[in-house]
Design a protein around this ligand. Structure first.
Ligand SMILES: [Zn+2]
Length: 243
């Protein structure tokens, strides 16, 4: 392979790999996947918060139920006292009746608190169900996006691998000094290290060379240096004959 042809192809390959890399990292599918994962995280954290709320409410219900059980036990004790026939003093009997009234009122209040808490739990569980559905939908969406990314990103990846293998062949075909010069210029000049001389103009810097300089270059070796941008200048190439 001619040095001039290898250099031109090497530059084409490198520019294409850079473009594909950029495409891969800027794929809208990739951004969408990240967004979907963020959404799943957000919903999961909402779900965790709902769970701990339900747990708290259930703790409160069980505490109130214990209260009711205690209130019932006390009511039974006081009622049994009243019905035992042992209380003969009317004032004592009245005191017990008042105590029973107070106990019943407290019990009613506790029971209504239980109903309130149960309602809270009911609402939280309904919300929990909606959250579960939302998580399921978000996961399905994520899987769909990942599948799409694999398809499109996979073919980009394959193309990058093919070009990387081709690059190795081209580098092998060139002498190390030329490759070193190419790499240095590529790093310095935004990836474009090689210009093609066409109609007296360097295709890399797009500057027209003085006619005598161009003529001199054309009569010299196939690979030279652009006197204006100092890139590698391919003067003549079999693969890229003068159009
Ligand atoms: Zn130039």
């Amino acid at each position: 392979m001619e040095r001039s042809d290898a250099l031109i192809e090497l530059q084409d390959v490198d520019l294409t790999i850079a473009r594909l890399d950029r495409q891969l990292s800027e794929m809208p599918e990739k951004r969408a996947i990240l967004e979907a994962r963020k959404r799943i995280d957000d919903i999961t954290s909402l779900s965790d918060r709902t769970d701990s709320f339900v747990k708290r409410v259930e703790g409160e219900i069980s505490r109130l139920e214990d209260d009711v059980a205690m209130q019932n036990a006390k009511l039974q004790t006081e009622q049994a006292k009243l019905l035992s026939g042992k209380i003969v003093n009317p004032r004592e009997a009245q005191a017990i009746s008042l105590e029973l009234d107070g106990l019943r009122r407290r019990k009613e209040k506790t029971e209504s608190e239980i109903l309130d808490e149960m309602e809270k739990r009911e609402k939280a569980l309904e919300q929990r169900e909606k959250i579960d559905q939302a998580i399921e939908a978000a996961r399905a969406k994520e899987a769909e996006l990942v599948e799409g990314f694999k398809g499109k990103g996979g073919s980009l990846q394959e193309e990058i691998e093919r070009l990387t293998a081709r690059r190795a062949v081209l580098v092998e075909a060139l002498d190390p000094d030329t490759v070193g010069r190419y790499e240095r210029l590529r790093a310095e000049k935004s990836g474009v290290a090689v210009g093609l001389l066409r109609a007296g103009t360097c295709r890399a810097c797009r500057m027209e060379l003085p006619a005598d300089v161009a003529d001199e270059l054309l009569s010299g070796p196939d690979v030279a240096e652009c006197p204006l941008c100092h890139r590698i200048l391919v003067v003549a190439s079999n693969a890229h004959p003068e159009e």
